[in-house]
Design a protein around this ligand. Structure first.
Ligand SMILES: [Zn+2]
Length: 517
């Protein structure tokens, strides 16, 4: 009896001995590193989910191999090498393809060979490998400490991580609205939707079919429209708070994304609608600041919110890993379904409510990645990261997705108008234009600026006369609507546009005169 117990005890001891620290460190380092660089746009929970998954995976692999391999030190080292190869593959591939043509299969072959050879050497060796393990531990710990210190330093310098930004939605008192009947209001942001002038000039596409559709549906489309900013994280806080952003202390030296996040989440527009008795509806955008609002009564398509696959973090980690050739294939369906969910939900949400609704819908079309062709059929982009836009230089892809957006909006507008008891207000707006590549962001050419700022800006406001508002820009969107709806007396803001320089000191450069040339 005791010999059996002894044997089990020995096995357990063996397993315990084979669990080394460094494989865990190398498994989670890429996640910690990416999070430390992007904590202003990613929530810690997303990182924690991935860290947990990779830790459990490491444990599983360790126990599995320890069962077959005598030299326990070698198991840990092989796993660490495996993770290093796994996570660096995409980086190496991108680096190499910058200078030479090499197929995925050749590079994959090389990586797999390195791995197999290292397994062979390490499991056969009679040498003690303790020193290698110790060195690997020190390297792993150092890498993680450096990332963590950068994260802390960032926060000390005022660039707060998303999780540390305080969001306490205003407690609105609902004004007595018994006697007033308001229309539903839809504010639909089609990310990076260009204005007609730049679609023609830069992309050689005449959008007249959709513009005619808008016209026959009583939309007023601003001619030569320009956005106030060229980046989503400046455009949206500006529109939703009806003011320009300022580069002063109140705006933390311009560059603090935590501030723009807070301004979006805690915005004046939703607050005002709420006060007037509106039900606030948001749709899951896939971009943290507009994914879900505490101010909203309902966040549509929120099932995608808890899906760790569909986060920028997961996509970035896997796109740079050995799954690079396959990650688009693995994740693209999810991206597509999420966008389709929004279009199908905004069509029919109004019938669920007796009260007037304000729908805010930030949709990542025609913005990169291009996952739909013009008929809504699936297309596979080269990469899935939103930040890849402009680098891909894929005008066809952009136009395909823009035509798909037209098709969807055609259905959405038709159904909303058909099902609304009171003629609704509908705004369709690009937060900026097509993000063509800009060679030198600190010194963009006039044409590069015109392309970036040219946006679609279309208003369906029954009874509104747009004379005197020919030059209006998104910053005034809700000033116009509130004046119209609630008889507010809001003055219009300057219809000016600003290019943001990230160079130190950061500032907003007034480029209105360049755009008007
Ligand atoms: Zn955008």
């Amino acid at each position: 009896m005791s010999s059996k117990k002894l044997l089990i005890g020995e096995k357990m001891n063996d397993l315990k001995n084979s669990i080394k620290l460094h494989p865990f460190l190398f498994a989670i380092f890429p996640i910690v590193f990416f999070f430390s660089l992007n904590s202003q746009e990613i929530q810690f929970l997303d990182a924690l989910i991935l860290i947990t998954i990779f830790s459990v995976l490491t444990l599983g692999i360790t126990l599995f191999f320890s069962y077959f391999v005598k030299n326990k030190e070698s198991v840990g080292i092989v796993i660490s090498i495996g993770f290093i190869l796994f996570f660096t593959y995409g980086h190496v591939f991108n680096l190499i393809t910058n200078t030479m043509e090499i197929g995925q299969s050749i590079l994959l072959g090389i990586f797999i060979t390195i791995f197999v050879v290292s397994i062979f050497i390490l499991t056969k060796t009679k040498k003690k490998l303790n020193n290698i393990s110790k060195i690997a531990n020190v390297i792993g710990i150092t890498l993680i400490i450096i990332s963590a210190s950068n994260l802390l330093l960032d926060n000390f310098q005022g660039n707060y991580s998303l999780d540390l930004v305080q969001i306490s939605p205003k407690q609105s008192d609902i004004i007595d609205v018994q006697n007033t009947i308001y229309p539903d209001v839809y504010y639909i942001v089609l990310d990076a939707y260009s204005g007609q002038e730049m679609l023609m000039d830069e992309l050689g596409f005449d959008n007249k079919e959709f513009l005619t559709f808008l016209d026959t549906n009583n939309f007023h489309v601003i001619k030569n429209s320009q956005s106030n900013y060229a980046q989503t994280y400046f455009s949206l806080p500006s529109v939703l708070n009806m003011k320009h952003l300022e580069c002063d202390e109140s705006f933390d030296g311009c560059i603090n994304r935590g501030t723009t996040f807070e301004m979006i989440q805690n915005n004046d527009v939703m607050d005002r609608f709420k006060k007037e008795g509106y039900v606030i509806i948001n749709t899951y955008s896939g971009w943290k600041p507009t994914s879900d609002f505490e101010l909203a009564n309902q966040n549509l398509c929120s099932k995608y919110y808890t899906n760790f696959i569909n986060t920028e973090l997961t996509t970035a980690i896997f796109s740079n890993s050995i799954l690079n050739p396959a990650y688009v294939f693995l994740f693209e369906d999810d991206k597509r379904e999420q966008i389709q969910c929004i279009f199908s939900q905004i069509k029919k949400v109004s019938v669920s409510y007796e009260q007037p609704i304000f729908v805010f819908s930030h949709i990542h079309v025609p913005h990169y990645p291009y996952v739909f062709d013009e008929n809504g059929e699936p297309t596979s982009p080269e990469r899935l990261e939103m930040g890849w836009e402009g680098e891909e230089d894929d005008k066809e892809g952009y136009l395909g997705q823009l035509k798909f957006a037209n098709k969807m909006m055609n259905e959405v507008i038709t159904e909303i108008k058909r099902d609304s008891k009171i003629s609704p207000i509908i705004i369709i707006q690009g937060d900026h234009g097509y993000k063509a590549k800009i060679d030198d962001a600190s010194n963009p050419t006039d044409q590069e600026l015109r392309v970036r700022f040219s946006n679609l800006n279309a208003y369906h406001i029954p009874g509104k006369d747009f004379s005197g508002f020919e030059d209006t820009t998104p910053v005034n969107t809700f000033r116009i609507i509130f004046n119209e709806l609630f008889n507010d007396n809001l003055k219009m803001e300057e219809n000016s546009s600003y290019w943001f320089h990230e160079k130190s000191p950061a500032y907003f450069d007034d480029i209105t005169s360049i755009l008007k040339k």
